[in-house]
Design a protein around this ligand. Structure first.
Ligand code: HEC
Length: 136
């Protein structure tokens, strides 16, 4: 029993400190895209449930996404420009996604769709900056 608990604590600790890999990022990005599709579908077929499901999924996954690391940076990860920039993008995506949910709940589909475009703009901003850097 104790061994199991200790084992679980070690495993949890390992999971919490595990590095965020490129493969994980690609997978998370694909989930983000699927979540956006759900939101769009919710708007198009007037289905609040699908929209909220997609919006919650998008907010959850956005909290865990990290940018590619600057391997040659002397700064701690949290102090790099990429990291700070991506945290800012994430905060905005979470906020705009909250707007989508709220507007849909209030029956304002046009306002909800503006929130959707705001989110899309943030996705694009990050791709423009961070993905281009990555290719250099
Ligand atoms: C923190 C910056 C950042 C934000 C914000 C961001 N992305 Fe990405 N995205 C990336 C990076 C970096 C890659 C390249 C991943 C790689 O190839 O390692 C990527 C790749 C992708 C891909 C291609 C995945 C594949 O199959 O290769 C999709 C789709 C995608 N993003 C969707 C989204 C959507 C939708 C949003 C907004 C809801 C979003 N991204 C927001 C950084 C970001």
């Amino acid at each position: 029993m104790y061994i199991k608990i200790i084992g679980m604590i070690i495993l949890l600790n390992f999971t919490l400190h595990a590095e965020y890999t490129d493969i994980e990022r690609i997978k998370d990005m694909q989930t983000m895209e699927q979540a956006m599709s759900k939101i769009q579908k919710g708007l198009l077929i007037n289905d609040k449930k699908i929209l909220i499901e997609g919006a919650n999924q998008l907010q959850d996954i956005t909290r865990k996404v990290e940018p590619p690391l600057d391997l040659n940076s002397v700064l701690a990860k949290e102090n790099t420009y990429k990291y700070k920039f991506s945290r800012k993008q994430a905060t905005k995506i979470i906020k705009f996604t909250g707007d989508i949910k709220r507007e849909m709940e209030a029956g304002n589909k046009h306002s909800a769709s503006k929130g959707f475009v705001n989110v899309l703009d943030e996705c694009i901003s990050c791709h423009n900056k961070i993905r281009k850097w990555q290719d250099k």
